[in-house]
Ligand binder design. Structure first.
Ligand code: ATP
Ligand code: ZN
Length: 694
């Protein structure tokens, strides 16, 4: 009963109370930016010319882009153009300045100089007169400054005999500028500048278009082109099955592909139809990308990877042309692997809800992929791997024989698998002797490979911050807490608020402890984290694969425990129960509408995993019954939660008191506070005791 509503996320229950309640960051969606493998994961180590949405690695030396002459990056051109324009601008202003230095004077000052016969030459146009003196004269009003060049305006009513006076003084009189203005060439350049800019831009666009064999240039322009990376030595980026742990059964399935790629000739001789496409399906972070790279690494063939969404651009047709190109390149170096991530973004069944990116463009891109795959004779040695975490929404056309006819499901690892993955990622990290990866693997049910990689990295970061030389068990548990509960926030809560939070979390915790079969409470805290005011963490002892009615009801009761405790103790309900109610409702909905756990509805699936039940043909009447059933189930659970808390009020008070004193209680402290004998897990307990949850 691997449910979609609670995929692996069902692993842990975090009850909490918050202003605008939000569950702490899910580990699997937690920031993976710190993962040292990340750069590697997204092809950071591989070559990526600007117009190509895919990455390649493991290409034979001298192949492909590395041998093409490097094209200067677009910004180089932009820099040249802008720089050139700047120089021109500077030159002309300098010239203007040299031509300048003219003193503006009054007309009477000018006529005084004319009378003194001190004017050497003038240039007049209209009433504006510019000119030069024979000998420098003091600037009127400023005796310490002199001028020779001047400009002035002649009043229209001036009835003097200016021309005669000037001639008397021997001045040259012109009607053209005294000083040469900007050169013709410069003027020309300035007026042409904007056109030159535009022309250069077009030229650059056309070059890019030609280079990418289509509209790719334009697409790249809007899509923001990637940086050109240096081609890397394939041997340094190689990932092999040794780097993939905990999913051995999947490795075995993909072994066949590796064998084929190693020696396609063997298959060709026997006339066998080679595998063309393999679909890897699984939750985010389960290692699909890693597996695809490892397959290429094991077979020693070039690896092309792209994300389906990267094919989609604003311009229709770009996606298809890029797909053509990608397959073309791969064929050139076959045997090779093409890996397309997030295939569901373009491969959704027609008619279903489609993501942004547009119908036409997605469809065209998908069709092109299918055409390329069909086009292979099957002996060309190019195997396409695709990854998705929504195999259920894929277009069946994709899964037809000759296309992605093999689906490999990659699940979150089980406990031994988690231990193996932890070991892989602990390579190169000095672990203290007390660091126990086995114990850690047991307290991380549901975590994916990416979560575990992140966990170890967090622990290493924590150790480094503390200046330790080794990663201790403490670092590991701290990192786990940080990932599971969120980072503590440094705020001072009012006393009343703290008390309410203590009862709220105490309610979650107590109900988790006293209900038979419930997941043990691992941690209770009233330290605000993220937007939550407190958290209660419960995780199962071992991996769970299916859930019975009793367990699910218990989860609803536990989720409502915070609200019930507030109501019992303080007589009011606050907004802090929002996400608790969401959790409870979600479980109840699935129980009634999808898992056939309601007598009134019976064993039928009514609520689709995605989309509207009504459009799936469910009658309004039946939906009403479902709603009633959900409501009654939740009401029963809430009543039960209140009853349990009322009956165990001293235990609740004691947990709340301990929380107020210590703020965070771990598993042993929490059970001790409630006075409940509880065996901690044998792997963590110093003195093993029989497991007893009540
Ligand atoms: N089985 C595993 N063994 C070792 N490391 C793993 C494993 N699974 C995941 N990881 C780690 O998690 C990282 C992310 O995994 P990967 O990108 O392959 O997941 P994915 O399933 O492709 O996720 P998504 O669906 O988000 O693309 C890997 O780079 C690796 O460090
Ligand atoms: Zn809560």
């Amino acid at each position: 009963m691997e449910s979609l509503l609670f995929p692996s996320r069902f692993r842990s229950y975090v009850g909490c109370m918050s202003e605008k309640e939000q569950p702490p960051k899910d580990p699997s969606t937690a920031d993976r930016g710190t993962d040292p493998d990340q750069s590697d994961r997204n092809g950071g180590s591989s070559e990526r010319p600007p117009h190509k949405p895919w990455r390649t690695e493991g290409l034979p030396a001298g192949h492909g882009d590395s041998e093409k002459p490097r094209r200067p990056r677009w910004w180089k051109w932009a820099a040249w153009i802008v720089g050139g324009y700047l120089v021109l601008f500077l030159l002309t202003t300098m010239q203007d300045q040299m031509a300048g230095g003219q003193q503006t004077i009054a007309y009477t000052d000018f006529t005084a100089q004319v009378q003194k016969q001190n004017v050497a030459e003038i240039f007049a146009r209209g009433d504006t007169i510019q000119g030069r003196l024979k000998a420098a004269a003091p600037v009127p009003g400023k005796t310490d400054q002199n001028y020779t060049k001047f400009t002035t305006e002649r009043p229209t009513f001036a009835n003097d005999n200016l021309y005669g006076d000037l001639q008397k003084g021997g001045a040259t009189v012109r009607a053209t500028p005294v000083v040469a203005q900007r050169g013709v060439l410069v003027n020309l350049l300035i007026s042409l500048g904007p056109f030159l800019l535009i022309a250069a831009f077009y030229w650059w666009l056309i070059r890019r278009q030609r280079a990418s064999g289509g509209l790719g240039g334009l697409g790249g322009l809007f899509g923001g082109s990637g940086q050109q990376k240096k081609p890397v030595d394939p041997s340094t980026v190689r990932v092999t099955f040794a780097d993939v742990a905990g999913i051995d059964e999947v490795e075995a399935e993909i072994e066949e592909v590796v064998d084929y790629l190693k020696d396609p000739e063997k298959y060709r001789r026997l006339g066998a139809r080679a595998p063309k496409g393999v679909l890897l399906s699984g939750a985010p972070g389960t290692g699909k990308t890693l597996l695809a790279r490892a397959t290429a690494g094991e077979a020693g063939v070039p690896f092309f990877s792209a994300s389906a969404s990267e094919f989609i651009e604003m311009i229709v047709g770009v996606g298809a042309s890029r797909v053509r190109e990608l397959f073309g390149e791969a064929r050139k170096v076959a045997p090779a692997i093409i890996f397309i991530d997030e295939i569901d973004t373009i491969g959704r069944a027609r008619g279903g809800a489609r993501s942004v990116g547009g119908h036409d463009e997605g469809e065209q891109t998908l069709n092109q992929i299918l055409t390329e795959m069909d086009g292979f004779s099957g002996t060309e040695g190019v195997v396409t791997l695709a990854a998705t975490n929504r195999a259920d929404v894929l277009d069946p056309a994709l899964l037809r024989p000759g296309r992605f006819d093999r689906t490999i499901t990659v699940n979150a690892p089980d406990q031994p698998g988690r231990e193996a993955i932890l070991k892989v990622h602990a390579r190169g990290k000095p672990l203290a002797p007390d660091a126990d990866l086995n114990a850690l693997s047991k307290s991380t049910p549901g975590m994916t490979g990416a979560d575990l990689a992140n966990l170890l990295n967090e622990a290493a970061l924590g150790a480094a911050r503390k200046g330790e030389s080794q990663i201790t068990q403490r670092d590991l548990t701290d990192a786990l807490e940080k990932i599971q509960l969120g980072t503590a926030r440094n705020v001072v809560m009012p006393a009343e608020e703290r008390r309410r939070t203590a009862y709220h979390e105490g309610g979650h915790a107590l109900l988790g402890m006293i209900q038979k079969g419930a997941d043990p409470v691992r941690k209770v805290s009233i330290i605000p984290r993220g937007r939550a005011l407190g958290v209660t963490l419960s995780t199962p002892d071992s991996d769970r694969y299916g859930y019975d009615v009793e367990y699910l009801r218990g989860r609803i009761i536990g989720a409502l425990g915070g609200m019930a405790a507030e109501q019992e103790v303080l007589g009011v309900v606050t907004t802090g129960a929002e996400s608790d109610l969401e959790t409870a409702t979600r479980i109840a909905r699935s129980m009634v509408g999808r898992w056939g756990m309601s007598d009134a509805i019976g064993p039928v699936s009514i609520l689709p995993a995605e989309g509207d039940a009504r459009s799936a043909g469910v009658s309004d009447q039946l939906l009403n019954t479902v709603d009633e059933e959900i409501r009654s189930l939740i009401e029963q659970c809430y009543a039960e939660a209140r009853r349990l808390l009322r009956d165990n009020r001293p235990k609740l008070d004691s947990i709340a008191a301990q929380l107020l004193e210590h703020e965070t209680l771990d598993e042993a402290d929490a059970y001790a506070a409630a006075g409940i004998t509880h065996s901690t897990r044998p792997d963590l307990a110093p003195q093993p005791a029989p497991r007893d949850a009540t």
